[in-house]
Design a protein around this ligand. Structure first.
Ligand code: B12
Ligand code: SF4
Length: 472
């Protein structure tokens, strides 16, 4: 069959935890999940294209032109919760203009299968992994046989949405084919802090064994790839796609010390000259890991710090303390690796005092970058459970059904108003970034004009932002 996978043109959403400028400037990353789906389809013998309309800045009309040239039997979308209605809008458009079957997959279909398939622009959904379900669904469509026995498939019969039982076992992550990067415009991607081209993202583990109350990843099954499998993909990126910088997008890359060091040693052994970054908890790194990482090209680590207040950290179930944070950041700098600290404002028990202390702390730690977000009730989190309990309704469920508009969600766990949270969020950024000493350091550390240009553009956008997302 001929299948076209489409990554829509995305934009900032009102309920996002990030400021508009951050959502728009933080990164232009490859739609790696759809590239996984593409690889699964190619392995099953299908002809596939992947249109990254977001990177290519294609609107629906231009994407339709490309689709018509290819003439797909099936088009596939990935839907996460925030962007669900954008995907619905695009799916209706193509459905109205072409004779195609539309399949949707991704995390939101796993969380809200019935509500998602309530939208008639989708003919079928896949809840959970595509590996077995999608090839089986396509062969049933090809042979016009029943789909009722295919696990993970969601479909409509008359006007009722049927959710088949989920897959029994999850697929070992090593058994996935590598993402089909040959279908992507690899030279276009970058992140706010990336310094080399080509830049890509990789995922070497999913889920996380920790249970922070604001985080949806804690509820995904933790599974990891073996070091050899990871470095095989790194090598493919390096040799086949001229990748020189990789952002490992795992929730917390260094969680397994032995695996982390084995990955670093394998990169060194094969002589792959790449630079990379990753995300980590502060309490899992030590001298051995950071030494190995630095030698293998690690140039930046994104640490989840969230707050300096131990009371706040306890309330969000972060299970770290300030001593561990200070130790991890200093050790990372000692090994010549830059740091980005993630912070959140509007946490349970956050106050003006805790936020101002966190700002001071971020500056004192001499972090190279920070990213600050509002604490929101993301779908499938403990905080969302709390919101459902206190409000009596699951906003996200209603939003998917189209019964609730896009809006800022209440934060009943915090004494701070929405306006105050917004102001502290902005203050956090401006107090940190707009320091003379910081600006000089950034300019001196920049390695290309395009990197410098990115910083200047974001700073200008920051200055001229008219708070439009606050007013809404
Ligand atoms: C890599 C990653 C990214 C990458 C790549 C995303 C992409 N578009 O490809 C980047 C950096 C771009 C990214 C961005 C964002 N992400 Co992200 N991301 C991840 C991460 C860490 C790993 C996902 C992954 O690669 N898994 C491995 C693949 C193989 O497994 P999988 O995702 O389960 O996919 C399988 C099935 O879902 C299914 N499937 C998926 N798509 C499709 C499509 C079809 C047609 C079919 C049939 C099946 C199918 O088959 C796949 C293979 O078996 C996850 C967290 C996690 N650990 O899972 C968050 C996660 C998916 N991201 C999330 C979010 C919120 C975002 C952002 C909105 C963040 C932000 N504020 O900007 C943006 C969204 C931008 C966008 N629209 O893509 C949330 C989604 C929550 C939700 N309920 O919607 C997650 C779960 C993390 C979290 N914070 O909770 N992300
Ligand atoms: S915030 Fe980080 S450590 Fe906590 S559950 Fe999420 S991924 Fe794991």
């Amino acid at each position: 069959m001929k299948i076209a996978l489409i990554h829509c043109l995305f934009s900032h959403r009102i309920f996002s935890e990030n400021l508009k400028v951050v959502d728009e400037e933080f990164c232009l990353a490859p739609p790696i999940i759809l590239a996984y789906v593409a690889a699964i389809l190619e392995k099953a013998g299908h002809k596939v294209i992947l249109i990254d309309a977001n990177a290519l800045k294609l609107n629906k009309g231009k994407t339709l032109k490309q689709l018509k040239k290819f003439g797909p039997d099936v088009i596939g979308f990935r839907a996460d919760t925030y962007w669900f209605h954008r995907v619905v809008d695009w799916a209706y458009y193509f459905k109205d203009n072409m004779d195609v079957v539309v399949i949707v997959g991704g995390i939101n279909i796993t969380l809200y299968p019935k509500e998602s398939l309530w939208h008639k622009c989708f003919d079928y959904g896949i809840a959970g992994e595509a590996n077995c379900s999608l090839p089986a669904l396509l062969s049933a469509l090809g042979s016009k046989t029943d789909v009722k026995d295919i696990r993970g498939v969601v479909y409509r019969e008359n006007d009722t949405v049927i959710c088949n039982p989920p897959l029994e076992n999850i697929v070992a992550f090593d058994d996935y084919p590598f993402p089909a990067r040959h279908l992507l415009p690899n030279e276009l991607y970058y992140s706010f802090t990336s310094q080399l081209k080509n830049f890509t993202v990789m995922v070497t583990s999913t889920g996380c064994p920790f249970k922070c109350s604001f985080c949806a990843i804690s509820r995904l099954v933790y599974r990891e790839r073996s070091p050899i499998n990871v470095v095989d993909e790194v090598e493919e990126c390096y040799r086949k796609f001229n990748v020189r910088e990789i952002d490992f997008f795992d929730a917390t890359f260094f969680i397994n010390k032995e695996r982390s060091i084995a990955i670093c040693e394998e990169i060194l052994k094969r002589g792959i000259k790449i630079e990379w970054s990753c995300r980590s908890r502060t309490d899992v790194v030590d001298d051995d890991i950071l030494r190995a990482a630095s030698r293998a090209g690690c140039r930046k680590i994104y640490y989840g710090i969230e707050s300096v207040s131990e009371h706040v950290l306890e309330n969000i179930n972060k299970k770290i303390n300030t001593e561990q944070i200070i130790h991890a950041i200093n050790l990372t700098h000692k090994h010549g690796i830059s740091t980005l600290g993630f912070f959140m404002v509007g946490n349970p028990s956050d106050s003006r005092g805790t936020i101002l202390s966190s700002i001071k702390f971020a500056k004192k730690l001499q972090l190279d970058f920070i990213q600050v977000c509002r604490t929101i009730a993301k779908p499938n989190t403990e905080l969302n459970d709390y919101l459902i309990k206190t409000q009596g309704v699951d906003y996200w469920r209603e939003y998917i059904l189209g019964k609730k508009p896009e809006k800022r969600l209440p934060t009943p766990w915090s004494e701070l108003s929405e306006h105050q949270i917004e102001q502290y969020l902005r203050k956090f950024y401006s107090d940190f970034y707009f320091r003379f000493s910081y600006i000089i350091k950034r300019v001196l550390k920049a390695r290309s004009l395009s990197e410098l240009f990115r910083y200047v553009r974001t700073a200008m956008r920051w200055f001229f932002s008219n708070y439009s997302d606050v007013k809404k």
